[in-house]
Design a protein around this ligand. Structure first.
Ligand SMILES: [Zn+2]
Length: 359
């Protein structure tokens, strides 16, 4: 008997055991998939699955939910598109981190935050809207900057609900400008519009709301990595809850996709997004697992509650989003109606989180 013929049955046996285990294991996983793991307008049952804290109010008639709906109605798609068009203009040169086009965008964002009356995030040790960091590039160091502003809360002002998106993109490659209109000017425009409708209201949220534009996402989440450090140093890790926005505008047949991150930390955020989707009658998919590489994962790695929502795309993502990481990711490919709806879901979710509907 050769050595091989002895090992073969052994290996086959191990493979069979693994196969059976894998089968059982994946069955167990599908059982606990929140909201059935399919694209659908969330039901009461789905909201109950996501609900694990006692003061959860899924009721769309609650005072807070009605306020949130009113803010969503005030969102103006024309203003949002103006911001997408400015960020995705060729003059920004694709907003590569540390390059002049991106610096100009950071300056512009800081001015916008100031005009809206947002405050400096002093609790995180900042003295202006810019959170600057350096990173190695060829043989030198370049500077990037996250841009941050705060709308102070009331009775829970020392807790922070964060809405974020990255404003950097891929820059210029082989002479072609990558404008990143959907990735992620759409997210940044939503952050700005949310800041406008919340800050213009006389109603103040209970918790503070932080508006955050990340730099350095496309070069390995350098901006969010540095932010983690800053948050940790100022003992704010448990005080932050982050909903990150990625690519909200360029998918046909838009639905809301949110990642459960396989983490209890993300659960209240997912529950808020689900309740907001139900309020607006928007189909939702709660995707199992970590989102595939965004700033939220970087934050989660340092124990900050964070997840990402986007406009779906599903298994056929590359077919549904032909302009992803292509020079053709331009404003004319944004589907305005779907973009506005997903942005409105984010707005409702943030308002409900900031007013103790979910914690
Ligand atoms: Zn992106």
């Amino acid at each position: 008997m050769s050595k091989l013929s002895l090992t073969f049955p052994l290996l086959a046996g191990i493979a069979l055991v693994l196969l059976v285990y894998g089968e059982l294991h994946s069955d167990a996983d599908t059982d606990v998939k929140p909201c059935g793991g399919k694209v659908a307008v969330p039901t009461e049952e789905c909201l109950q699955q996501l609900h694990f804290q006692q003061n959860f109010q899924a009721d769309a008639d609650s005072k807070i939910a009605l306020q949130a709906m009113e803010f969503a109605r005030q969102m103006d798609i024309e203003l949002m598109m103006d911001d997408v068009i400015w960020l995705a203009d060729d003059a920004r040169q694709g907003r590569a981190t540390g390059f002049p086009g991106e610096d100009a965008a950071a300056q512009w964002l800081a001015e916008r935050f100031e005009e809206l009356g947002l405050q400096v995030f002093t609790q995180m040790g900042l003295s202006g809207y810019m959170h600057k960091f350096t990173f190695p590039y060829d043989d030198e160091y370049l500077q990037g900057e996250n841009v941050v502003g705060v709308l102070p809360g009331g009775i829970n002002a020392d807790e922070f609900i964060v809405i974020s998106a990255h404003y950097d993109h891929l820059g210029i490659e082989d002479g072609e400008i990558y404008n990143g209109a959907d990735d992620d000017a759409s997210g940044v425009a939503t952050v700005l519009e949310m800041a406008r409708v919340f800050s213009q209201s006389k109603i103040r949220p209970q918790k503070s709301i932080v508006f955050l534009a990340f730099s350095g996402e496309e070069i390995g989440r350098v901006g969010s990595g540095n932010l983690c450090y800053q948050v940790f140093m100022h003992r704010l890790v448990e005080k932050l809850t982050v909903l990150n926005l990625e690519m909200l505008g360029a998918i046909r047949d838009t639905y809301v996709n949110v990642w459960d991150q396989e983490s209890e930390l993300a659960r209240p955020i997912v529950a808020a997004v689900a309740a907001a989707s139900k309020q607006l009658n928007m189909p939702l998919l709660v995707s199992a697992g970590e989102d595939p590489g965004s700033d939220a994962v970087e934050l989660l790695d340092c124990k900050i509650a964070a997840t990402t929502m986007d406009a779906g795309g599903g298994d056929d993502f590359y077919d549904n989003h032909p302009h992803y990481h292509a020079p053709s990711d331009d404003p004319e490919h944004i589907h305005r109606e779907g973009f506005l709806k997903v942005a409105q879901v984010a707005t409702i979710a943030i308002w409900r989180l900031a007013n103790n509907d979910f914690r």
